[in-house]
Design a protein around this ligand. Structure first.
Ligand SMILES: Nc1ncnc2c1ncn2[C@@H]1O[C@H](COP(=O)(O)OP(=O)(O)OP(=O)(O)O)[C@@H](O)[C@H]1O
Ligand SMILES: [Mg+2]
Length: 398
């Protein structure tokens, strides 16, 4: 029985491992399709996605079936081995009874003890297999956690309460994939409180610059500093607390508007939430909603327009009150009217903060004091002559 367990244990562990892996692949497809259900439908890909899902699940099902068959075979063999043992004991016992060296009562008692001994033994075998399932689960859990490549934090990292906001990129190069540089030797200085506009063609590396600043990645070469300290020397959570980020398209969680704004600072009072919303030009549209600040938004609630979502996102940024502001094309998805409301709020938000604003339209850049042009990951110009840069850009479509 010991031998059997030895043989079957790794087999069954491997089976569970395969099952867990294919199960997560299937879950990933399901989650992606549900999250992007409108895209899937708009492209008429429901059938194909659902076929993919079914094929992933049948993989996972067949993996599961295989482990069950293996376990059943193991149980059968264990049953056979124990029964043979029992039969042997009985046979020897009966021979002894026939030879009158053992009384029938004594044989029955021995038989009783032996069966008593077997059932815990069989249990031990079964439990060894059950443990394989849990171990495979733990393995998978660690594999998933280890997958997300996070930047390391130094053991004696510096704490940081509130930065002044001076940012320097020194000869920064970066590649996502080895030997495919996305940024090449980019340098610029942002004094505390200054406003940098970043322009450049699509794919030139603008968003990558902002990802380096919030330390989603570390530069391959060169240094990024905040208040003259290498970003890698700060505690990661403290560092990320210094930034308020507004992206092109804001995702709202399925929760009330107030909770969505409070996401920036869960302990904020209702008064603070409202004043942040006012500053972001969001208060008026929020109180016109059926339940005001308690209106449910996000996937399972009310759908807000792009401009409204951006203003909620700005309210978050006001509430967070971080010294550095990162805006990645905050108005490029908006028409001119809603852009005006958003830009007005952004202007207010920029006051007293270092700002990095990525934009395509001249209208969004008019409040910057320096413009950095990036082309193919290289600095193609850094100038304080904002007006002349804006003039050379395509005018905002009316
Ligand atoms: N996570 C990633 N892994 C690999 N390559 C990436 C990744 N993110 C971006 N890239 C590549 O890096 C380059 C720069 O991308 P980035 O997003 O910084 O461009 P961008 O200037 O912000 O463009 P856009 O104006 O379209 O937003 C692109 O060629 C892109 O394909
Ligand atoms: Mg981008």
């Amino acid at each position: 029985m010991f031998l059997l367990t030895l043989v079957f244990r790794p087999r069954i562990r491997k089976g569970w491992r395969k099952f867990k892996t294919s199960e997560s692949a299937a879950m990933a497809v399901a989650q992606e399709s549900l999250g992007a259900s409108r895209v899937v439908k708009a492209f008429g890909q429901e059938e194909r996605r659902s076929k993919q899902l079914v094929s992933h699940y049948s993989d996972s099902l067949s993996a599961q079936l295989k482990v069950y068959v293996d376990s059943a075979v193991y149980n059968l063999l264990v049953g056979v081995v124990t029964s043979i043992g029992l039969a042997a004991v009985l046979y020897v016992g009966i021979r002894h009874v026939q030879a009158n060296t053992l009384s029938l009562g004594a044989l029955l008692v021995v038989n009783y003890y032996v069966t008593q001994l077997y059932s815990p033994l069989r249990n031990v075998g079964q439990k060894t297999l059950d443990i394989q399932l849990s171990l495979a689960g733990i393995e998978r859990y660690h594999a998933v956690l280890d997958e997300t490549p996070d930047v390391p934090e130094k053991p004696n990292a510096r704490p940081l309460t509130r930065a002044k906001g001076k940012i320097v990129f020194q000869k920064v190069s970066f590649e996502y994939v080895k030997d495919h540089p996305v940024l090449d030797d980019v340098s610029f200085d942002l004094p505390a409180g200054s406003r940098l506009g970043i322009v450049g063609p699509t794919g030139s590396g603008k968003t990558t610059l902002s990802s380096l600043l919030v330390r989603f990645f570390d530069p391959t070469r060169g240094v990024v500093t905040l208040d003259d300290v290498d970003l890698r020397d700060y505690k990661l959570a403290d560092l990320r607390n210094q930034f308020a980020v507004v992206l092109q398209d804001t995702v709202l969680f399925s929760a009330s508007i107030a909770e969505n704004i409070r996401f920036a600072r869960p302990d904020a009072s209702m008064e603070e939430v409202i004043s942040a919303a006012r500053a972001a030009n969001a208060h008026d549209f929020i109180i016109s909603l059926p339940e005001g600040y308690d209106t449910l938004v996000g996937e399972r609630g009310m759908k807000l327009s792009g401009g409204e979502r951006q203003r909620v996102s700005l309210a978050r940024a006001f509430l967070k009150d971080a010294p550095v502001l990162i805006l990645d094309e905050p108005t490029s998805a908006l028409d001119v009217q809603s852009e005006a409301l958003v830009l007005d709020a952004i202007e207010r938000l920029m006051k007293g903060r270092t700002t990095m604003m990525i934009a395509h339209r001249a209208s969004a850049l008019r409040n910057c004091d320096t413009i950095l042009r990036i082309e193919n990951g290289k600095t193609a110009g850094l100038t304080g002559e904002v007006a002349s840069v804006l003039k050379s850009m395509t005018p905002t479509p009316a």
